[in-house]
Write a protein of this length. Sequence first.
Length: 163
Amino acid sequence: MQLRQEQTGDWWEVEALFDLCFAPGREALSSYRLRDGVPPVAELCLVAPSIDNVLGGIGGAIRFWPIRVGGQEALLLGPVAVHPTRQGEGLGALLIQAGLEKAASLGWTRVLLVGDAPYYSRFGFARAEGVQMPPPTNPDRVLVHALSPGAWDGVQGVVTAAT
């Protein structure tokens, strides 16, 4: 399966995919407040072209955003989505793994996301200790992954938007 970097012209198709895959009002979530006015890390925004041109040709997508945790740089993974007709093919896992590998190759050391631990633990994510997302985030869903050994050691505090 071929992935490519999201292009400027893909933006609305990717947004339509996120709208399709997530509940209405997704922009009201606290993670979206961290993205307001901050561009995603373009090199880490990946898309999987659709084999059958469903939804304009995007079968899956992932984005990463710069954030700060207790003043330290990190990435916020998400959203990640796969078109319903492509789910169960491993496309989501491919997007996540490729994104994490690319982030590490670009020198990023920490990744945070809000999600389900049973799913994301297979990629090395674990519950964050001492990391506070803006409310109303469930702290049990705040997960972190170190792209280099010890990258999260001693990193605690409030998650804020990158400035």
